[in-house]
Design a binder for this molecule. Structure first.
Ligand code: SDX
Length: 377
């Protein structure tokens, strides 16, 4: 009898997890049992990273010590900066993937998959990720990288290294919330890839490199960059209807919409929708939010009955754009937020490991006769 094929592993449970809970019908997301709405509005990225990696909210003392560890691990070796300079013409996601690989050459724990070493490496990669992205961005502009500033929090330091100037508090808070919203999301494609890597007992750097490679795709992390490109092509709200119709009628997809699990609004989207509106008004560029809102509230309404709503990526791009961040940095920002999630997924995989190796049903010819090349016509 033909086997049951689960194309795309749709609705297939791989394992159990205590990292995050996602209710796709309700549009509900919990990190380690805490609602994403509480974490987005009341927590910080540093606290959320601690929660994800340690399984509980930190005391004030624990958070202070953890934050100090992150701040102390932001510097990257000069050799890695040289590598980034060699690939300065690359897309920032390719540079991030390359930079993480290069970091493995300088990590004393690289081949130690113990929980303790994996945790140390995950913290280091979370701390160094922003330095990789910012250094590459400076190098590709012919500028010197800006050294990390231990006086600034995670989000603030990233902006400082990226632009070479002290960021304002509101912008830092915006990016902090964005990192929180992107930190963990179950067996998404990039986390699944990281788990497959860990399941062969390969190391965390290799698993995170896998995650970056998978996240780059426009059907996963790459959507935010595509959404902003779409908004720029649309140009004005009144053009949105016609522009999207053409895409949809030709069988294309509106990026930032739809989700493998959410069949209601992605709970993360509201935190970015509000901020995109406020930021657009603050900087005198309300039209991007107006364009996106027109797409969401007019063009895509009929798709809701198919369970297609906005996802986390739809408004994220407009926020980055309004902050003056180049659109090819949108996916790397998603990746920086997700490093703790990938680390946690690998910790879980190592803890109760089994090689992840599904099957493919062979439908080709069987037992063919080998014909020597002299007899082939
Ligand atoms: C992320 O998994 C995660 O958790 C990911 C993520 C995370 O935090 O890690 O949440 C982050 O990746 C968010 C998703 C970002 N990607 C995009 O916005 C790209 C656009 N979205 C799609 O390509 C799509 O929605 C997927 C790939 C995200 C999910 O698609 P599925 O679940 O595989 O569903 P499908 O491709 O089988 O589509 C089902 C139907 C199809 O129509 P029919 O053939 O049945 O007529 O829905 C349609 C699709 O054409 N559809 C869309 C659509 N998404 C699905 N139609 C128009 N626009 C869209 N965006």
């Amino acid at each position: 009898m033909a086997p049951q094929i689960y194309k795309g592993l749709k609705d297939v449970y791989l394992d159990t997890t205590t990292a995050s809970f996602i209710d796709g019908q309700e549009g509900k997301l919990l990190y380690r049992g805490y609602n994403i709405h509480d974490l987005a509005e009341k927590s910080t990225f540093e606290e959320v990273v601690y929660l994800l990696l340690n399984g509980k909210l930190p005391t004030r003392r624990e958070l202070s010590s953890f934050d100090a560890t992150l701040r102390a691990n932001r510097r990257i070796p000069d050799e890695v900066i040289q590598v980034l300079d060699l690939v300065k013409a690359s897309h920032p996601m390719d540079a991030l993937r390359t930079g993480i690989s290069a970091l493995s050459a300088f990590d004393p724990d690289v081949n130690d998959n113990s929980p303790e070493a994996t945790l140390r490496k995950g913290i280091r990669l979370t701390a160094m990720g922003p330095t990789l992205v910012a250094a590459h961005h400076r190098l590709r502009q012919g500028l010197e990288p800006v050294a990390p500033n231990a006086d600034l929090n995670h989000a603030g330091n990233f902006l400082y290294m990226l632009f070479g100037e002290m960021p304002d508090e509101e912008t830092v808070k915006l990016l902090d919330v964005d990192f929180i919203l992107h930190a963990e999301h179950g067996a998404n494609a990039s986390a699944f890839g990281a788990r497959v890597t860990a399941s062969t007992l390969s190391d965390l750097h290799s698993a995170v490199v896998t995650g970056v490679g998978v996240l780059k795709g426009p059907w996963h992390g790459g959507a935010a960059e595509e959404v902003m490109k779409m908004a720029e092509d649309i140009g004005q709200p009144e053009n949105a209807e016609e522009y999207c119709r053409k895409i949809l009628e030709s069988g294309g997809r509106i990026m930032g919409f739809g989700h493998r699990v959410y069949k209601a609004e992605d709970p993360r989207a509201r935190h970015l929708r509000e901020r995109s509106k406020a930021l657009g008004e603050k900087v005198g560029q309300p039209k991007w939010f107006q364009i996106l809102t027109y797409v969401e509230e007019n063009v895509m309404v009929p798709y809701r009955k198919k369970g297609i709503f906005v996802n986390v990526d739809f408004f994220a791009g407009s926020i980055y754009y309004l902050l003056g961040i180049p659109d090819d940095l949108f996916i790397p920002i998603f990746a920086l937020g997700r490093i703790p999630g990938w680390t946690l997924q690998c910790l879980e995989q190592y803890k109760d490991n089994i090689l992840i190796r599904p099957l493919l049903e062979y439908t080709g010819p069987m037992d063919l006769q080998y014909v020597p090349i002299s007899q082939r016509r």
